[in-house]
Design a protein around this ligand. Structure first.
Ligand code: LMR
Length: 394
């Protein structure tokens, strides 16, 4: 049987991570996988996470199963964090999932179950694993224009034109904030236009929100998701705590199915629980419990928020510094977009050969489509990167 297996395509982000690990050069710089690093190159455990873990260690009395949806208290705090009061709680079904990837996977499965002929419209480009999971599940993918290579901003006219080709029941996958891989985002007026297209054509919205708090602020980054969730008939929201709580390896995510008809919620909830049972039974609990402990405790929540703000502001500072250094080395303003982008990533817009040259000649690792992880930089490496970018001829 095993001899029938065929090698599967490598995930390009994870393959790059491996190449970086194997590179013996001391001066190498990792701008690949989306993991936050502080100025010392460390991905620290956040203070509030440590405190919550200590508390759980002391106070937890059982490791018995939770429920198929995970602990309802976790869903409550996450719904509050992401949606605030924009949607009545009775309209939301929610389950804990193993990370944001687990939430995406369950969402795609629910889509396929509800409408096997639904196509999923994805931004061009999008996170490569969206494409990989959709293709694995046999769901048809339709790319919509998103990134404008000339301005390094959003090609909004192209996006709307492409979305208008969708048919009732098709799904539009959107990044709630901090678009991965480009860093280019819609403004709220543009989000409203997207909502109008979704409603006019009877489409289903799906939002992947993995970087809340990494862009313009915790509340600000949730605004688009709130707008969509409160204005469309139905939507799916896949959320991740990997980044904003720094609990990457704990695999902590949430999938919500929001409907404007509360009578639908019980069936949505049962379907999500069924899908959890089929795929892994009970979702992981530790990360979810940490998040619940933090968000339900005023002091821990305030400290978490303060640290998250430090992370966000440090990335904004690095963006500004990189844009300035690039201007200094290139003598032009053509890299100003880096300061405008938001979140962990920016797409530089460099040809794959130049990305390769940066890796070979300078030991600088970014994803082949020229996505760079801003959080992989520090004040000392920014000028090195800027000089190399200009030197290779981006
Ligand atoms: C990324 O885009 O680098 C992160 O979301 C990590 C991953 O799993 O790909």
């Amino acid at each position: 049987m095993f001899e029938n297996l065929k090698p599967q395509p490598a995930d390009k982000i994870l393959a790059l991570m491996q190449m970086y690990r194997e590179d013996p050069r001391d001066h190498k710089i990792d701008l690949g996988v989306g993991v936050y690093k502080n100025a010392e190159g460390i991905t620290p455990v956040m203070r509030a996470v440590k405190a919550a873990e200590r508390r759980i260690l002391e106070e937890q009395e059982t490791k018995a199963y939770t429920g198929l949806a995970g602990d309802p208290a976790y869903a409550d705090v996450m719904i509050d964090l992401i949606l605030g009061s924009s949607v009545p709680r009775g309209n939301i079904a929610a389950v804990a999932t193993p990370g944001g990837t687990g939430a995406c996977r369950q969402a795609f499965e629910m889509i396929r179950m509800a409408n096997p002929s639904a196509r999923v419209f994805v931004s061009d480009p999008t996170w490569p694993n969206h494409l990989s999971i959709l293709s694995y599940l046999g769901i048809e993918v339709v790319p919509y224009r998103y990134f404008d290579d000339a301005t390094r901003g959003v090609d909004f006219d192209g996006m709307i034109t492409d979305l208008k080709t969708a048919k009732a029941g098709d799904v539009v996958l959107l990044h709630g904030c901090c678009h991965n891989p480009t860093g280019a985002n819609l403004n709220l007026v543009q989000w409203q236009e997207v909502v109008n297209v979704i409603n006019d054509l009877g489409l289903v919205a799906m939002i992947d929100i993995a970087y809340q708090g990494f862009g313009d602020g915790l509340e600000e980054d949730a605004q688009a998701t709130r707008l969509v969730a409160s204005s469309v008939k139905r939507c799916l929201i896949a959320a991740s705590c990997s980044k904003n709580f720094g609990i990457y390896r704990e695999r902590t995510g949430l999938l919500m199915a929001v409907s404007d008809d509360p009578a639908q919620t019980a069936l949505n909830q049962a379907t999500l629980a069924f899908l959890n049972r089929q795929n892994y039974s009970f979702p992981p609990d530790h990360g979810a419990r940490v998040v619940t402990t933090i968000l339900n405790d005023e002091t821990l929540r305030a400290d978490w928020f303060a640290e998250l703000e430090d992370v966000r502001l440090s990335m904004l500072g690095l963006r500004r510094q990189l844009a300035d250094e690039l201007q200094r080395f290139s003598g032009s303003d053509r890299f100003g977009f880096i300061a405008q982008h938001r979140g962990m990533f920016s797409r530089l817009g460099a040809a794959p050969e130049l990305v390769e040259k940066l890796r070979k000649d300078h030991g600088i690792y970014m994803v082949g489509d020229s996505r760079l992880n801003i959080a992989g930089l520090n004040a000392a490496t920014v000028p090195i990167l800027a000089k190399a970018i200009v030197e290779v001829g981006v």
